[in-house]
Design a protein around this ligand. Structure first.
Ligand SMILES: NC(=O)c1ccc[n+]([C@@H]2O[C@H](COP(=O)([O-])OP(=O)(O)OC[C@H]3O[C@@H](n4cnc5c(N)ncnc54)[C@H](O)[C@@H]3O)[C@@H](O)[C@H]2O)c1
Length: 250
C-alpha cells in the first residue's frame, strides 16, 4: 500500500470522475494529492475523502482555461510540499457535434480546457520533476486514436496532447522523467450525462467494448495510473496505455 509513499501529485479534474478515482487510488498508496478543479463544491467534498487517507491532501479551485494562472498552481504546490513528483493532466471539457457544425468556439473550448492546460502545467512542472525524476500522465481518448464521428474538436485536442507527450518523452527521458498517456473508458459523471442524453449511442458503445462494460473509476483506472506514477514504470515513456476493456487494439 505504499507504491507512492510521500510522493506529491497534482491531479487536474480531481474533484470528480476518473480524476477523483485516481486521487483515491493515489492516497491509498501513500501519495500527497493536490486536486485542481473548477467545481468548488465537489472539490471540497472530494478533498475531505482524500484527507481520511492522507491528511496533507489539498484542493485548489481553478479554471484551467485561465492559462496565465497555471504556473501559480505548480508554485503553490511546491511551496506547500517542497517538491513535485507526479503531474496528472486529466481535466478536459468539450462538445460533440457533427463535423460540419463544429465551430471555432467548440475547438477553443476543447483546446483551452484540454491541450493548453496540459502544455502550460507541463512547462511549469518539468523543472521540479527533474529534481525528483518524476512522472507525467496525460489523457488521451479512443475518440482521437480511432477518430470517432462527431468528436472533431475533442479528437483534435486529444491527439495534439498525444503528439506533445511523445515530444516531451524524447526531450526529458535523459532527466529521468517519464511521460505517458492513459486512454480510458470509465463510468464518470461526464459519461453518465451523455448516456442520459443519448441512451442508444451509450448502449452501442457498451456493446462494442470487448469487456461489455464501462470501467470503474478507482478500481480500473486507478491502478493503471498508480503504475505510471510509481517507480515500477520508470523505464516506460511516450506510451499510450489503453485502459478501455479492449476497445482500442493499436
Ligand atoms: N470517461 C471516459 O470514458 C473517457 C473516455 C476517453 C477519455 N476520457 C478522458 O479522461 C479524462 C477524465 O474524464 P471524465 O470522464 O472523468 O471527465 P468528467 O467530465 O466526468 O470530469 C472532469 C472533471 O474536470 C473538471 N473540469 C472540467 N473543466 C474544468 C476546467 N476548465 N478547469 C478545472 N476543472 C475542470 C470537472 O469539474 C470534473 O471534476 C478526460 O481527459 C477525458 O477526456 C474519458
Amino acid at each position: 500500500m505504499d507504491k507512492l509513499k510521500d510522493k506529491v501529485a497534482i491531479i487536474t479534474g480531481g474533484a470528480g470522475g476518473i480524476g477523483k478515482g485516481m486521487a483515491m487510488a493515489f492516497v491509498k498508496e501513500g501519495a500527497k494529492v493536490v486536486i485542481v478543479d473548477l467545481n468548488e463544491e465537489t472539490g471540497n467534498e472530494a478533498v475531505k475523502e482524500l484527507q481520511q487517507y492522507q491528511p496533507e491532501s489539498m484542493f485548489i479551485q481553478a479554471n484551467l482555461a485561465e492559462h496565465d494562472k497555471l504556473k501559480r498552481i505548480v508554485d503553490q504546490v511546491v511551496a506547500q510540499h517542497g517538491k513535485l513528483n507526479i503531474l496528472v493532466n486529466n481535466a478536459h471539457a468539450s462538445k460533440n457535434k457533427p463535423f460540419v457544425e463544429t465551430t471555432r468556439e467548440d475547438l477553443d473550448l476543447s483546446f483551452d480546457t484540454g491541450f493548453y492546460p496540459t502544455f502550460y502545467l507541463m512547462q511549469a512542472a518539468i523543472p521540479h520533476l527533474k529534481e525528483t525524476n518524476g512522472s507525467i500522465i496525460n489523457f488521451a481518448s479512443g475518440a482521437g486514436i480511432q477518430g470517432h464521428a462527431k468528436q472533431a474538436a475533442y479528437a483534435a485536442a486529444k491527439e495534439a496532447i498525444r503528439g506533445m507527450t511523445r515530444v516531451a518523452a524524447n526531450e526529458f527521458g535523459k532527466d529521468g522523467i517519464n511521460v505517458n498517456l492513459i486512454a480510458p473508458i470509465a463510468n464518470s459523471p461526464g459519461v453518465q450525462q451523455w448516456a442520459k442524453e443519448q441512451p442508444e449511442y451509450y448502449q452501442e458503445v457498451v456493446s462494442n467494448i470487448p469487456m461489455q462494460r464501462f470501467g470503474e473509476l478507482e478500481e480500473d483506472i486507478g491502478p493503471a495510473a498508480v503504475f505510471l506514477a510509481s517507480d515500477d514504470s520508470n523505464y516506460i515513456t511516450g506510451q499510450t496505455i489503453n485502459v478501455d476493456g479492449g476497445s482500442v487494439k493499436f
